[in-house]
Design a protein around this ligand. Structure first.
Ligand code: GEK
Length: 244
């Protein structure tokens, strides 16, 4: 795994982009930056085993290098499914295709994966029994979030499952400050320097826009999901499951 040193060396004030430089170090970046990331991937595999139904489709929206896609693929044991892994960044989809080909070569999995370079705001969701938005919605403009969640819910079968993982902000400013501090301390424990943490924070300003847990749950209910639960919270990161 290549170590993420992007903000160790870079000092410009360019906003964060999902380019080749990021794709190259991405697995290391997420593992060291997002508390609970590995737990979300593990749970996505277990949830796929329970919720994916034959002759339906699964979607990994904002798939990056396909970690959630691989987890779904491993969780689904029978044939008769298809996973659509979608990301707008070519640097991600190109690497993701190679990772899927290597997974095919090693394990000969029964579930085909289509890796598609596209904007999830335009992607048709159809006949879906499971949809994953693992730390992706946070990168969409606020105005686009309601429409996407409505389309996701409309394209899902009754009883279908959505996993929505996000960085969140707390309503209580004291608590928010504490949670941000704890997250930054976590990053420093994971060998990011204080300067790297500060530079990355600045680069993500206005690129990653977090909302409260309450706002997410309300949007999910408005979109048509009958049941929602926060199944994981680690500092200011949550993962929510929603059932149509
Ligand atoms: C994982 N889910 O490893 N359309 C498609 N993709 C988009 C869009 C869009 N409009 N906006 C952003 N992305 C992955 C991790 S990363 C999370 C997801 C992070 C893509 C973007 O290109 C990037 O690959 C991904 O969403 C977000 O489980 O970097 O914190």
């Amino acid at each position: 795994m290549t170590t993420d040193k992007i903000y160790d060396t870079r000092s410009d004030d360019q906003p964060f982009r999902f380019n080749e430089e990021v794709a190259k170090v991405f697995p290391d970046m997420l593992r060291r930056s997002i508390p609970g990331y590995e737990a979300t991937i593990e749970a996505i595999g277990s949830l796929a085993a329970r919720y994916v139904r034959p002759n339906t489709q699964c979607y990994d929206l904002g798939c990056s290098l396909g970690a959630a896609t691989l987890a779904m693929r491993q969780g689904i044991k029978q044939p008769g499914f298809r996973i659509l892994a979608i990301d707008t960044a070519r640097a991600m989809t190109e690497r993701c295709k190679k990772i899927m080909a290597e997974d095919d070569r090693q394990f000969g999995r029964p579930t085909p994966v289509d890796v598609i370079e596209a904007d999830i705001r335009d992607t048709r969701i159809d006949n879906a029994s499971m949809v994953v938005l693992n730390y992706t919605l946070q990168f969409l403009a606020m105005d686009d979030r309601d429409a996407l969640l409505h389309r996701v819910c409309d394209g899902m079968l009754d009883g279908g499952l959505l996993v929505l993982s996000e960085k969140v902000v707390d309503e209580n400013t004291e608590m928010e400050k504490l949670l941000v501090d704890l997250h930054h301390e976590h990053k420093r424990r994971n060998r990011y320097s204080a300067l790297e943490v500060a530079r990355k924070r600045a680069a993500l300003d206005n690129v990653l826009i977090p909302e409260t847990v309450a706002a997410h749950r309300k949007r999910l209910a408005d979109a048509g999901f009958g049941h929602t639960a926060v199944w994981l919270r680690y500092f200011n990161f949550v993962s929510i499951i929603a059932i149509k």
